[in-house]
Design a protein around this ligand. Structure first.
Ligand code: FES
Length: 151
């Protein structure tokens, strides 16, 4: 078991863990980044979405060996991004969530989208969110918030 070095929310980290440890476990258990939710654990729901090297990924599908040298942003790190603050405010304005369990994943997916395309429209938003499931809202309020954030 060798140490794996990576950046988490702007800080260098080093962890000795089995290579097959999931990033979601590392974030939650080792670094107490519990806004990274785990629901399905098999890459289907998006609750565990984090940013890795600028891309949205399911942390439950990323193994420890894959994060060597990577730049990881967990939901706790999104406060450093003006784009995330705009998206969050728009989602709150639209009462986008009910139980909130999926919210960090949606916020992460939308932030990653708008960081790469600030003018994203409905097709791009729907595409960016196709890996995120919500069991409460029916998605309309989330989409309204996303569209509001885009404008
Ligand atoms: Fe990772 Fe569902 S917990 S996609």
């Amino acid at each position: 078991m060798s140490a794996i070095a990576f950046r988490l929310n702007g800080e260098m980290r080093s962890i000795a863990t089995p290579a097959e440890t999931r990033l979601s476990e590392i974030l939650r258990d080792q670094y107490l980044q519990t806004a990274t939710k785990v629901a399905c654990g098999i890459g289907r729901c998006g609750a565990c979405t984090v940013m890795m090297n600028g891309q949205a990924v399911n942390a439950c599908l990323v193994m420890a060996w894959q994060i060597e040298g990577a730049d990881i942003v967990s939901p706790e790190g999104l406060g450093a991004f003006e784009t995330a603050r705009i998206v969050k405010a728009a989602l709150i304005e639209e009462n986008a969530f009910q139980c909130g369990y999926c919210a960090p994943g949606f916020l992460m997916a939308l932030t990653v989208l708008f960081l790469s395309n600030r003018q994203a429209g409905e097709p791009e938003i729907l595409s960016a969110l196709e890996g995120n499931l919500c069991r409460c809202t029916g998605y309309h309020s989330i989409l309204r918030g996303a569209l509001s954030a885009a404008n």
